[in-house]
Design a protein around this ligand. Structure first.
Ligand code: HEM
Length: 140
């Protein structure tokens, strides 16, 4: 039963992290193309999406660590799995960094740096695709 619950929360968090990257990315690219800065409410939505993404990746780590230990007795599963956790670790670091950047710019009453946000979004997409491909290979 606990395995089913852990898997359910692992998958639920995947849905959330993907949604954040797709939804947040779309909003950001529409504003960038129009050369406009998001208004206060949209900025609030983007900030919330950023938090959600961070919470999702933390849930992925907690459930992922428990799943690896319960099912495989540790992290030495195969090399595709090693790549998966490296990419997931980078994604966690990236998400924490972007959230900190948004928090700091908010405190200074400045909009987040456009370049940092754009590169962060592209890197985030690349990393989540890497995690998904390596998960597909690791557990086939
Ligand atoms: C961005 C982060 C992550 C994503 C997108 C992700 C995605 C996935 C996906 C799609 C699966 C299903 C694969 C399948 O059953 O064929 C899976 C399973 C699994 N994940 Fe993750 N994962 C992430 C983070 C982690 C982390 C950090 C760990 C461990 C430290 C982990 C451990 C596992 C384990 C052990 C399974 C296999 C469960 C089973 O055998 O049914 N995951 N993950």
């Amino acid at each position: 039963m606990s395995l089913i619950l852990l898997k359910f929360f692992h998958y639920l968090a995947i849905v959330f992290s993907g949604g954040v990257l797709v939804g947040g990315g779309l909003i950001q690219s529409v504003y960038t193309k129009a050369n406009k800065i998001p208004d206060l409410n949209v900025a609030r939505v983007l900030k919330l999406l950023g938090y959600l993404g961070l919470v999702a990746i933390i849930v992925l780590w907690i459930t992922g660590i428990l799943l690896s230990n319960f099912i495989y007795g540790g992290f030495s599963i195969n090399s595709a799995f090693t790549l998966k956790i490296i990419a997931a670790g980078l994604l966690l670091g990236l998400s924490a960094f972007i959230n900190l950047h948004v928090y700091n710019s908010n405190n200074k009453q400045l909009p987040p740096n456009k370049k940092i946000m754009k590169i962060g979004m592209m890197l985030g997409r690349f990393l989540i695709i890497t995690v998904l491909i390596s998960a597909a290979i690791a557990f086939n």
